[in-house]
Ligand binder design. Structure first.
Ligand code: AQP
Length: 334
C-alpha cells in the first residue's frame, strides 16, 4: 500500500542538527522510497505564531527549501511547498477549530512550554497551532506523519478532530485517520551547552547547536566547547542515566552513524572525552559540511528555489483545494 506522508518544518531560521537527525534525514529516506508519496511543507503560517521579522521570514522560507534539497529531498519526486500560498490550510483550520474542543487544546503541553509563564501574552495562534496542524495533515489524506516525541500529542489531536468531524457530519472515513511514524532508537538531540534542554533554533547561544549552515571550523569549535563532565566515558548505557551531556554526544554519534547507543557506548568505553570528540567531529564534518556547502550554493540561486516552490504550490493546491471544497460542502457552505 502506498503511504501518503505529510510533514512540515517551521522557517524560523537556524535549522540545526536536531532538525536534521529528528526530521529531515528521515524525510529523505521516506521520500526516496517508491512506495511513498511525500509532501514536505515549509510551515510559515505556524512560524508567525511567534513574532517574526518579515524580511527574515522570506529569507528563512527559501533557506528551509534549500536545506531540504541540500539534504537530499528530491523536489521532482516529492511535493515541497510553503503553507501560506495554499489558502485551503487556513480555511480548513477555521472549520476544524469549530470541531475541536477547548478541553482538548488546553491539554496540549507544547503550548504550556512555549508560552512560558506569561500565557496571557501568547498569541491565540500559538494556542490553536495544533488545529492548523490537523488541517495540514487531513487536507492531503495523509496516512502517516513522521513525528518526534514532542509532536505525538498534536497528532493525537488531529486524529480526534478527524473522528469527531466524520461522526458529527455522518461522513464515514471522509477524513482519514493518520498514523504516527516514530523513528526507532532515536532520542531528542539536546543543547551542546546544557544536556537537559533540547537543541533549538530560538536558543540565544549559537554554541548550543550545530547549524546546518555551519562550516567545518564552526563545527570543530562547537564540539570542542560542548559541555562534558570530568569522568571517562562509561562501559554501559545505564551509567549514562545521570550524565546528560555524555548521553547527548553519544546519541548524536549513534544517530549519524545509524548505529545503536549500546554500540557507541561499547566503542568508546573508558575513553576520555577529548578522544571521543575528535571522532565525533570527523563524523559531523563528513555529514554536515557537504550539506552546508550545498545550502550556500542553492541560496545564491533564488530563481531555482522559487521554481521549486511554484511547482510545489501547483501540486499541493490542486489536492488541497479539492478536499477543502468538499469539506465546505459537507458543512453546508454554499
Ligand atoms: N532537538 C531536536 N531533536 C530532535 N528533533 C528535533 N526537532 C526539532 N528540534 C529537535 C524536530 O524537527 C522538526 C521540525 O521542527 P520545527 O522547526 O517545526 O519546530 P520545533 O520543533 O519547534 O524546532 P525548534 O528548533 O525547537 O524551533 P524553535 O526554537 O523555533 O521552537 C520537528 O519534527 C521536530 O520534532
Amino acid at each position: 500500500m502506498t503511504k501518503k506522508i505529510f510533514s512540515g518544518v517551521q522557517p524560523t531560521g537556524n535549522l540545526h542538527l536536531g532538525n536534521y537527525l529528528g526530521a529531515i534525514k528521515n524525510f529523505v529516506k521516506l521520500g526516496n522510497d517508491s512506495n511513498n508519496d511525500c509532501i514536505y511543507c515549509v510551515v510559515d503560517l505556524h512560524a508567525i505564531t511567534v513574532k517574526q521579522d518579515p524580511r527574515l521570514l522570506t529569507e528563512n522560507i527559501r533557506e528551509t527549501v534549500a536545506t531540504f534539497v541540500a539534504s537530499g529531498i528530491d523536489p521532482e519526486k516529492n511535493i515541497i511547498f510553503n503553507q501560506s500560498r495554499v489558502s485551503a490550510h487556513a480555511e480548513a483550520a477555521w472549520i476544524f477549530s469549530c470541531v475541536a474542543r477547548m478541553g482538548w487544546l488546553s491539554r496540549m503541553t507544547q503550548f504550556k512550554e512555549k508560552a512560558g509563564k506569561d500565557k496571557e501574552k501568547a498569541s491565540v495562534g500559538l494556542y490553536s497551532y495544533p488545529v492548523l496542524m490537523a488541517a495540514d495533515i487531513l487536507l492531503y489524506d495523509a496516512t502517516h506523519v513522521p513525528v518526534g516525541e514532542d509532536q505525538k500529542q498534536h497528532l493525537e489531536l488531529s486524529r480526534d478532530i478527524a473522528q469527531k468531524f466524520n461522526n458529527d457530519f455522518d461522513q464515514d472515513n471522509f477524513l482519514k485517520i493518520p498514523e504516527p511514524l516514530i523513528q526507532k532508537e532515536f532520542s531528542r538531540i539536546m543543547s551542546l551547552r546544557d544536556g537537559t534542554k533540547k537543541m533549538s533554533k530560538s536558543e540565544v547561544s549559537d554554541l548550543s547547536r550545530i547549524n546546518l549552515t555551519d562550516n567545518k571550523d564552526s563545527i570543530i569549535l562547537k564540539i570542542k566547547k560542548a559541555k562534558t563532565d570530568p569522568l571517562p566515558l562509561p562501559n554501559n548505557v545505564t551509567e549514562l542515566e545521570n550524565r546528560a551531556e555524555a548521553k547527548n554526544l553519544l546519541s548524536i554519534y549513534s544517530s549519524l552513524n545509524e548505529t545503536s547507543l549500546e554500540n557507541s557506548v561499547k566503542e568508546f568505553a573508558g575513553k576520555n572525552f577529548s578522544e571521543f570528540k575528535e571522532v565525533l567531529i570527523q563524523v559531523l564534518v563528513d555529514k554536515i559540511e557537504p550539506i552546508s556547502l550545498e545550502i550556500n550554493k542553492l541560496m545564491s540561486n533564488q530563481e531555482y528555489l522559487d521554481k521549486i516552490l511554484d511547482l510545489g504550490y501547483e501540486k499541493a493546491n490542486d489536492l488541497a483545494s479539492k478536499k477543502v471544497n468538499r469539506l465546505k460542502e459537507i458543512v453546508g457552505f454554499y
